[in-house]
Design a protein around this ligand. Sequence first.
Ligand code: GLA
Length: 348
Amino acid sequence: MLKRYFGRTAAGEAADLYTLANACGVEASITTYGGALVSLKAPDRAGRFADVVLGFHDIDGYLNAEFYPGALVGRYANRIAKGRFALNGVEYKLACNNGENSLHGGIKGFDKAVWSACEIADGDPALELTHFSPDGDEGYPGALSVRVAYTLNQNSELRIDYSATTDKDTVLNLTNHAYFNLAGEGSGDILGHVAQLNADRFTPVDSGLIPTGESRPVEGTPFDFRRPTPIGARVNERDEQLELGHGYDHNFVVNGRAGTLRKAARVVDPKSGRVLDALTTEPGIQLYIGNFLDGLSVGKSARPYGRRSGFCLETQHFPDSPNRPEFPSTVLRAGEKFESTTVFRFSV
Ligand code: GLA
């Protein structure tokens, strides 16, 4: 496993970059800053490699980017309405950083922490990252110990195993916020990519992108990706939910039993032939198509990341679950262990 210096945070903490490689030449690079997936090199149908995730060459790009590229997101990925929730009869107040809501863990979420790293020596190339979040961090209860292992196997699957324990009951929702562009990062928008989601339902939102509580059938809506459909095919249709999300920025309810690793999504770039399958044990997946990317960030290939130049498949619990008893629970009890797995499989 290669390791190099990636730069320093404003507080002077040093971050590194680790590169995992398999025998097919697929490479995944991960930085200890935010545990971010910095690059993923995968072949097209002619065997030509391209870097298929948005990102930056050094830490400075990450310090300046406000769109969570590649990052590990916590404690609570996605939004909690008005930055508050009650647990065991106690009201908790979180940092609000997205209008009146709390997004992706608050002001200094896990994406802005320098994680401790350790190579896992036996088997496929793997990197273990750990992070300790003290009681009260960003308003969340409980001292939380988080472990994330990235493993790249010989089938070109990047597997992400999450686990966590707490000393006090808390809520938790962990994800990875990689933006993929299967034609190569910086090569334009992803509207021609063909997506298929294993989801009969999605969770509609209000204007703050907070779920209304409904779990709505995708049938007959632009959210029906049960058959492979270009991402851009219906994105400009007049649809209340597309308008509220500024495009796709929604949680889909993954079919099948949460807790079992099952197919959540497949995205194909017809031009290069690259295929990305996402499997997860999580109950939901956020399809976010980079609606807020504004072209001001210039990425690894020196080209700007414009609107919809990458898509995210954020495997997760549903947004605002701490305030939604009807959604699968995000409560982690003291003494219990949270475990979750997501696999991104690359093929042609
Ligand atoms: C998420 C959200 C989006 C946006 C991005 C970060 O995926 O759902 O609305 O905030 O993160 O830019």
